[in-house]
Design a protein around this ligand. Structure first.
Ligand code: AMP
Ligand code: ZN
Length: 495
């Protein structure tokens, strides 16, 4: 029986502003879409925090036994400066400044993004679609929205008619904004735009002659608006309505609001059952952002090569630091905070290292493993409350240390359950890597094994058993370990 049948998962839905019991559309399956990066510069740790929150959510859903289709896109066109409908495309601008092709920009920063996520032990999404790979779908979507009367063309560009949409639907329901207030608060700049109303947003933008990223369309050469790609790609891979849509809090408005509007205009349905928003990462008390320059890149934090922190931090320390706060809280990245996390992490990993060496007793005493295990699930079932989970893990660390000191006892059966639960939550769900020390330990064991074989070969030679000594040498060579006899004895190299 899958675990999800035993556990009641609640998710905070930004649409209802409430925690709701999670019920997927298709039993046992979850469709989840997360807005991915715009690949025009290196990802900063703020971006990483949002993606890490959803990596943990993905991991927990999988752990519960759901078959999850996780779609996270790459925005490689259409995202204009200032996140609005005016200004230059972010990728085109970078290409112009560096005098390279836009697709070189996209390639460079997509590779960087993947490398960082790999180092930080992220699970890859099930599908990672790109905006430029879905131009046809986006054009079809625009035609559909025009056909329904919710979009209009002006001089080669197509705009979504927010005012018209709002007469049949509720524009602003996700971000809790009212169109009247938006009208009141928007300054209209004469001649800056050919929209009917400033609240309208672009579905398709006409490409000026110098604009390199362009595609033919029924409205002339142009490129898609930023909000459109997510509607086209999420519904293509997950259906007209799907389970979970995530992203950073800053995307709630206008990006996600516009996604809802586009889908409702096109197919008359709200696209998403559970909207989830990860809160912002700050750096020393100020929002981390590319625009203000208050950023630190993962590589700078990992190498220690920065002027904001006193030392380098490992991927595990960074993951653990982020998991120590709820994905819905603002988190401030500080040197002290990272140091404290590192200390806690070491305690946890030390406890893991001694679990399997603990001596068992007939019965357990001092701790109830089954209720503790359920408390770990309760924490995650409560809208993925990782800090509470970590507090529970530390309760178990205390118990493990007491067993080691002989002041508490554990039965063999309970020890097995403790070890399984500990490993599942720490490695599978929080996504910590089995420490680099495991790799170092394995290398040490391999080297010692080769030394033993070298000794046996030397003995065989001394006994004039050349068939055996040659066999040892040849079989090692066949698996890439080369023995080299010299005046200092036999050395080896591995490749
Ligand atoms: P972008 O590449 O700018 O499109 O952003 C990619 C993702 O990172 C989006 O989901 C943003 O909401 C998120 N993001 C940007 N800045 C921060 C931050 N300081 N803290 C957390 N998430 C962020
Ligand atoms: Zn998006």
């Amino acid at each position: 029986m899958p675990l999800y049948q035993d556990q009641e998962l609640k998710i905070y839905n930004s649409l209802s502003s409430k925690k709701e019991i999670f019920k997927p559309i298709n039993e046992g399956c979850v469709g989840m879409y997360v807005c991915g990066p715009t690949v025009y510069s290196n990802v900063h740790l703020g971006n990483v925090r949002t993606f890490m929150s959803f990596d943990m959510i993905f991991r927990y859903l999988k752990h519960l036994g759901y078959k999850v289709r996780y779609v996270r896109n790459i925005t490689d066109a259409g995202h204009l400066e200032n996140d609005a409908d005016e200004g230059e495309d972010k990728i085109t601008k970078k290409a112009r400044l560096e005098q390279i092709e836009p697709m070189e920009v996209v390639q460079r920063y997509t590779v960087d993004f993947h490398n960082i996520l790999d180092i930080l032990n992220f699970l890859p999404p099930s599908i990672e679609p790109t905006a430029t790979g879905h131009i046809i779908e986006q054009i079809e979507l625009i035609k559909n929205i025009i056909g329904k009367g919710f979009a209009y063309e002006v001089d080669g560009s197509v705009y979504f008619d927010v005012h018209k949409f709002n007469t049949s639907y509720d524009y602003g329901k996700l971000s809790k904004r009212k169109l009247d207030d938006l009208i009141h608060n928007t300054r209209t700049l004469d001649g800056q735009s050919d929209k009917k109303n400033p609240q309208d947003f672009a579905l398709w933008k006409k490409a000026e002659p110098q604009h390199i990223m362009r595609w033919p369309s029924p409205w002339g050469d142009g490129f898609p608006g930023w909000h459109l790609e997510c509607t086209a790609m999420s519904t293509k891979y997950l259906g007209e309505t799907f389970d979970i849509h995530g992203g950073g809090m800053d995307l709630k408005f206008p990006h996600h609001e516009c996604e809802i509007a586009q889908n409702e205009a096109a197919v008359g349905k709200s696209p998403v059952n559970y909207w989830m928003h990860a809160n912002m990462l700050e750096l020393n008390g100020q929002r981390m952002s590319k625009t203000t320059g208050n950023t630190i890149n993962p590589n700078e934090l990992l190498s220690g090569n920065n002027d904001k922190m006193s030392k380098a931090y490992s991927p595990n320390a960074i993951r653990f630091f982020m998991a120590q706060s709820s994905y819905r809280s603002v988190l401030d990245l500080t040197d002290d905070g990272l140091k404290a996390s590192e200390k806690g992490l070491n305690k946890l990993l030390e406890a893991i290292a001694i679990i399997d060496k603990l001596i068992t007793s007939k019965t357990s005493e001092g701790f109830d493993i089954s209720t503790w295990r359920q408390r770990c699930y309760d924490a995650m079932n409560d809208d993925f409350n990782s800090p509470i989970l970590i507090a529970e893990l530390f309760n178990a660390v205390k118990y493990i240390n007491q067993i080691k000191d002989g002041t508490a006892h554990i039965s063999a059966e309970d020890l097995k359950l403790l070890s399984l639960t500990f490993n599942a939550f720490i490695f599978d769900i929080l996504g910590l890597k089995k420490e680099a020390s495991t790799t170092e330990d394995n290398t040490h064991k391999l080297n010692s094994t080769i030394e033993i074989l070298i000794k046996l070969r030397a003995e065989a030679r001394a006994n004039k058993d050349f068939a055996l000594s040659d066999q040892i040498r040849d079989e090692l060579l066949a698996i890439g370990i080369q023995l080299k006899d010299g005046k200092d004895g036999t050395l080896f190299s591995t490749n």
